[in-house]
Design a protein around this ligand. Structure first.
Ligand code: HAM
Length: 429
């Protein structure tokens, strides 16, 4: 027998029992994004490698170590499986001149690829919902996006997701801060690891997001950019805080929050849960006012965020907020006339909006009833030749007591709906 092949490490299958949670996240998110005026955009999964190098930054973990990059077979062009969506959105906005007449609120979603060490909550193919407001200087849209995320957590029934915010200033402030950081880390040079030494002069801000436990103390004592903001950045940050206060959003200001991608300026934020261990950041984002220009576009201020769907679903499981999808009814049938009626009844109930599974594969009533039970359906509809002859069906509740009633065909849709009273699109797991 040939060896069975397996999925690539860090790339997961979403099996039918899991899919309902995914659909729920995607449906609820799409509805909320649209209620705030964000419209969907769909983008290629493969982009040219320089797009990511120029936007995410040469000295970041993503570009240095995590990209799936390959040469196109035909012309040798270097291509990369997208590690995130913002760069592609900005590329498309420039390419199609989407934002020069008026600003644009957009969202997108789908698989992203990073060659990280797989563990719970960290995968090599993962999925994001990504939201961007292009052409808005803020801080009003910065706050809008945070308020929108708070609404999403509420709609999904999530608790205990904490918001951290920070301002990392503009390029000039970061430049001044850079010198202070280099001086600080030079003083601790002997303790730095290989990554930190490489970044020390190239991009010292990136040392701040090192995950090496041995560096955490040195990082904690580093000078803080939020203390050196110039008046325009300070005013932007203060106004954002005021808008969050007004909206009743709780947050903490975390001066160490710098995010792992180079394109950010001013506002950065993350939503973190304690329920998932080390991979607790379920969404992160911020402002990237310089990215359009860096990618050859006209100056266009912008702000956005991305949600990690796998982490969100892990959190929903941890908090009992996931459900599996179950059919409303399962139709068991026997006999030729019974089978013909069962097929008609299935279509009629579906016409009335119910989800019904019509038993396939034959077998006696008893075996079929076992399948009906296992399907999780609330109701079984039982149809034999006798029912066909008397223009009726039997409906049996499969939960709470198992009553069975005989229902004339003309009353079926209404009686089925009435007996399906506990109907809630998602049955409890
Ligand atoms: P990010 O912080 O790199 O930001 O990723 C956003 C979210 O994606 C993370 O908070 C996490 O939930 C999820 N995520 C990241 N890497 C993995 C992984 N290996 N496995 C599972 N989940 C992961 C961005 O990607 C920015 N483009 C966000 C943004 C949009 N900023 C402005 N606009």
């Amino acid at each position: 027998m040939a060896t069975a092949l397996q999925a690539v490490r860090g790339m997961n299958d979403v099996l039918p029992d899991e899919a309902a949670a995914w659909q729920r996240v995607e449906d609820v998110a799409r509805d909320i994004f649209e209620r705030y005026g964000y419209r969907q955009m769909r983008l290629p999964i493969v982009e040219s490698t320089p797009l990511f190098v120029r936007s995410i930054g040469e000295h970041t973990d993503v570009v240095e170590k995590e990209m799936y990059t390959f040469d196109d077979r035909l012309n040798g062009e270097s291509l990369t499986l997208r590690p995130e969506a913002t760069a592609g959105i900005v590329r498309a906005a420039i390419e199609h001149s989407l934002t020069y007449e008026r600003p644009l609120r957009v969202w997108t979603g789908g698989p992203m690829f990073r060659h990280e060490r797989p563990q719970k909550g960290r995968y090599r193919q993962f999925h994001q919902l990504d939201v961007e407001a292009l052409g808005f200087a803020g801080p009003d849209v910065d706050a809008e996006q945070i308020v929108m995320l708070a609404r999403l957590w509420r709609a999904l029934g999530l608790a205990d997701v904490r918001l951290s915010i920070n301002s990392i200033g503009d390029a000039a402030e970061r430049h001044a801060h850079r010198a202070a950081l280099i001086e600080h880390f030079e003083r601790h040079r002997a303790a730095l690891d290989e990554d930190a030494l490489r970044r020390l002069h190239a991009n010292p801000l990136r040392i701040l997001d090192s995950k090496n436990p041995a560096l955490q103390e040195i990082i904690a004592s580093a000078p803080r950019l939020v203390d050196r903001l110039l008046p325009p950045s300070r005013a932007h940050f203060d106004a954002l805080c005021a808008l969050l206060d007004e909206a009743g959003i709780r947050y903490s200001v975390d001066p160490r929050l710098v995010r792992g991608l180079d394109y950010y300026n001013r506002t950065v934020f993350e939503w973190v849960t304690g329920a998932l261990g080390a991979q607790g950041t379920i969404a992160g984002g911020g402002r990237y006012d310089g990215l359009f220009e860096a990618l050859g576009g006209k100056p266009t201020p912008a702000c956005g965020f991305a949600i990690g769907i796998e982490r969100l679903i892990l959190l929903m499981h941890a908090q009992g907020a996931t459900r599996i999808h179950v059919p409303d009814g399962y139709i068991v049938h026997a006999g030729e006339r019974g089978g013909a009626l069962a097929r008609r009844v299935a279509e009629t109930l579906r016409d009335h909006g119910a989800s019904v599974v019509l038993h396939a594969g034959g077998g006696g009533f008893k075996a079929q009833m076992k399948k009906a039970d296992a399907s999780g359906a609330r109701l079984a509809v039982i149809i034999g030749d006798d029912e066909a002859d008397s223009h009726s069906v039997a409906i049996k509740t499969l939960r709470n007591g198992g009553d069975q009633v005989s229902v004339p065909l003309q009353d079926l849709p209404a009686r089925f709906a009435a007996m399906n009273i506990s109907k809630d699109e998602y049955g409890c797991l």
